[in-house]
Design a protein around this ligand. Structure first.
Ligand code: PMP
Length: 387
């Protein structure tokens, strides 16, 4: 038995069963490269499903985690803490609309909290979400998620959620009423097939929310931290949401989420929400290092330039199996005329790890530090398997 086979058979025996697993055991990473247990190298276009924007084992994050782990790992928010205080101020400075921030541990938890805050602040219960939207798997976040196969086994979900077609302002206009607490949207629908918001759409949504007293929740769990070519995707749209959800790459790959709260909403009532691990010194130290690296290495600009390069080269392939190529920054979708699954396996055999986004879209979500040579190698492998 190889090392990989041994790891795979042990994990397969005990894993919950919910994940469609790939037959590879990853044990090490550096930049945009990953190694399996037998020493085989892969170019990573999964990017920790969005958690590895900085690249694997970034030295600044490693050092921050190591130093903070030796000082203090956990410290609940009932106490003040040096790392948390500094991070809250640094993140708020990067989000000019935000006056306050609730720290949590995942994307779904950020969405869940945002839904609660919207209900609390408006006294209403309606939530308008989008067809093909994805917001997580806990009961509230799942209620905002569109995909029927994720939702139907768990009915009834939280009441008063409706879904309108994305990028259709008339449909949204008709759905938002005086009972709507919030509209929740992604700036680029990631899991739902890589669909960027049309220019002007989110600004129109913001205006409608404002007119009717509903809050705009923007879910930047996948688009945040440089992915789309700006630090946050809302910068492309000039909007200031009531609530902004963050997670994935926020802390260099450690589990962390955040809800940035618009100044107009004021503070939250005491004891209205909470979470034990939220804002621990360890994740805050890693998140501070992440923001620093984002700026020092100009990762948003890198994502914009590399993304434009990759999109142009992919569009030039003109292969009969490809229906469309779209994306923003380094969040790229290649829509096929057939199911994507066999091509993901074929790419892995050629040393490229990639993601689906729905049944027929091949999604690339590489670390933003991926090199142009690595992008060329990925495109060559895609051209080969799709030929
Ligand atoms: N929102 C969006 C836009 C996402 O892409 C995801 C995860 N793919 C989530 C929420 C849920 O995040 P988590 O898996 O950390 O709960």
């Amino acid at each position: 038995m190889t090392q990989s086979e041994s790891i795979i058979s042990t994990e397969a025996a005990y894993t919950s069963g919910v994940y469609p697993k790939r037959q590879v055991a990853i044990v090490r990473g550096e930049g945009a490269l990953l190694w399996d247990a037998d020493g085989r190298v892969y170019i990573d276009c999964v990017g920790g499903q969005g958690a590895a924007n900085l690249g694997h084992a970034h030295p600044a994050v490693v050092a921050a985690i190591r130093e903070q782990a030796e000082r203090l790992i956990s410290c609940p928010e009932i106490f003040y803490n040096d790392q948390r205080a500094a991070y809250l101020a640094e993140l708020a400075a990067a989000l000019p609309f935000a006056a306050r921030i609730f720290l949590c541990n995942s994307g779904a938890e950020a969405v869940e909290g945002a839904i609660k805050i919207a209900r609390l602040k408006t006294g209403r219960t309606g939530i308008v979400a989008a067809v093909r939207g994805f917001h997580g798997r806990t009961m509230g976040a799942l209620s905002a998620t569109f995909e029927p196969k994720y939702r139907e086994p768990f009915m009834p979900l939280v009441p008063d959620f409706t879904h309108v077609p994305y990028n259709n302002i008339a449909a949204l206009d008709a759905a938002v009423t005086d009972r709507t607490a919030a509209v929740i949207l992604e700036p680029v629908q990631g899991e739902g097939g890589v669909h960027p918001a049309a220019p002007g759409y989110l600004a129109d949504v913001e205006r409608i929310c404002c007119e009717r007293g509903a809050l705009l929740i923007i879910d930047e769990v996948q688009t945040g931290f440089g992915r789309t070519g700006t630090l946050f995707a809302i910068e492309h749209h000039g909007i200031a949401p009531a609530l902004l959800c963050l997670a994935k790459s926020i802390a260099g790959g450690l589990p962390m989420g955040a809800i940035a709260i618009n100044a107009a909403l004021g503070p939250l009532p005491p004891a209205s929400h909470g979470t034990t691990f939220g804002g621990s010194p360890l994740v805050c130290a890693a998140a501070r290092a992440t923001l620093r690296v984002m700026r020092d290495e100009e990762l948003p600009r890198q994502a914009a330039e590399k993304g434009a390069y990759a999109l142009e080269r992919l569009a030039a392939l003109r292969l009969p199996r490809i229906r469309a190529v779209r994306g923003q920054g380094l969040l790229i979708g290649i829509e096929l005329k057939e199911r994507v699954q066999p091509f993901l396996v074929a790419l892995m055999e050629r040393g490229v790890l990639a993601l689906p986004a729905g049944p027929n879209v091949l999604r690339l979500l590489p670390p933003l530090v991926i090199t142009y040579e690595q992008i060329d190698a990925v495109i060559a492998a895609i051209a080969e398997v799709l030929a």
